[in-house]
Design a binder for this molecule. Sequence first.
Ligand code: DC
Length: 219
Amino acid sequence: MVPIITIDGASGTGKGTVSERLAKQFGWHFLDSGALYRLLAVAAERHQIAFDDVSRLTMLAEKLDVVFAKGHILLEGEYVTEIIRTEAIGNLASKIAALPTARTALLARQRVFRQLPGLIADGRDMGTVIFPDSTCKIFLTASIEERARRRYNQLKEAGREADLTSLVNELTERDTRDKTRAVSPLKPATDALIIDTDKLTIDQVVERIIQAAKMAHLC
Ligand code: DC
C-alpha cells in the first residue's frame, strides 16, 4: 500500500504551498492535479480548440504531451511552468474541467503518481474521486476576501498587475463553476478533515496535517 494524503479545496486556500511543503518534508511524490487542467487549457488555446468542443478536447486530453521534471513542466517539449499560472488560464481550465470526458481522460495520468514512498495529492476531487481510499483526507477552506488578498499579494510579489475587486469576482465565478458542475464537483469527502485556514499560518496548517497523518499512522 502506498500512503497518500489528499488535500482538496478552492483556489487561494493555500493547498499548493502546503502540499509542496509536506511532499518535501516527507520526501513523498507530489501531484498538482490543477496543473494538468491548466496544461490542457494552454494546449487547447495553442491548437485553437474551443472550450466547449468536447470531442477534440477529450482527444487532446488523452494525448496530452506533458513532462513534469524537477519543478519544471514541459508541454509539447516547451517549458510552460509560468505560463500555466495566469488567472486567464485558471479560468479556462475550470471551464474545461467541467467536461466529464476530459476528466475521465486525465484520470489514469493522476493515479500513476501514487508511488512509494508516498503521495501528496492536491486538487478538487482527490479525496472524493481520484483516491477515495486515502486514509488521510484534508479539505482546506478560507473566506473569499482572504483568498483574494493572498492571490493579490502573490501577483504583486511576482511584479504582475493585480486588482482586488476583479480577483474577488473571478474567484467567485470559478468557485461557483467548480462547485456546481455535474461531475466531480469541489466538495469535501465525507471523511475529510476540514481546516479553515483564514487565521492560520502555512506552518500551522502543515502542522495540523502532520498530526492528522500521524493519527492515520501514515508517518
Ligand atoms: O488548483 P488550480 O487553480 O490550479 O486548478 C485550476 C482549475 O482546474 C480549477 O479551477 C478547477 C480545475 N481542477 C479540477 O477540476 N479538478 C482538480 N482536481 C484540480 C483542478
